[in-house]
Design a protein around this ligand. Sequence first.
Ligand SMILES: [Fe+2]
Ligand SMILES: [Fe+2]
Length: 255
Amino acid sequence: MLSARSLFQEIHDNDDAFRLFCSIAAKGEDQGGWENGRIAALVTDQELAPKIARHGADEEKHGRIFNALLHKRGLHPVDVPDSTDYTMLLERQGIGLAHARLRREEPLTDHDVLVYLAHSRVTEQRAAEQMRLLVGVFGTHPDISRAVRMISADEDNHLAYCHEELLRLAAAGHGREILDVLHRTAHAEIRTYRDVSLAVMARMGDILRWSKPKAAVLALGIHLTYLYDRLLGWRRMTTLSTPAIPNALGEPARA
Ligand SMILES: [Fe+2]
Ligand SMILES: [Fe+2]
């Protein structure tokens, strides 16, 4: 039967599919790491800077972990097609802080910081959900359970940190602005996630030689998920609540 478990198992068991999956994941993590590193260097809030640096260090570590999973199987990363590059596609739509802006040696404004946190609030929600799904599938797998569990715990921390920092900004009077940016970001994200999912599944379908009906069922699932997110699911990305883990990024990154 077709399920998330069978799908991920199939991808894991095929070298080419696994290589593409890990390459896409590693590239996204690396870009997240670079963005956070630049934001940490340009932010003027001295309390926030180390947390953003920790966030960036975690993402870079995740990139290294996905590459290490490849090397463990004697595989090398492949080029990631633009249509599957979630982070880049969001940036191109003006979601989050533009890379051109981050390359300039110019301190970030309060609005920039708010945009960064709202973008992270939405994308970390996605990352946390994806990693929980992977823990559900591979949580006891001898080769990759440790990696997926560690990344999943980190993504939960990142999400908790975003809630906490945005609540702090909301308490300082920026509530309306935060909601507006979260709303715009969440809607762009669910569209981009749909497009990237369709592109990834098309590539996987070619590699794994899926039948037309199987590919069609998967594409339908992606469209239905988008429809749900468009109507209701987006709300889970725009709410703010006090996290169960306080000061989640207050300590230096684990090695
Ligand atoms: Fe990550
Ligand atoms: Fe993250």
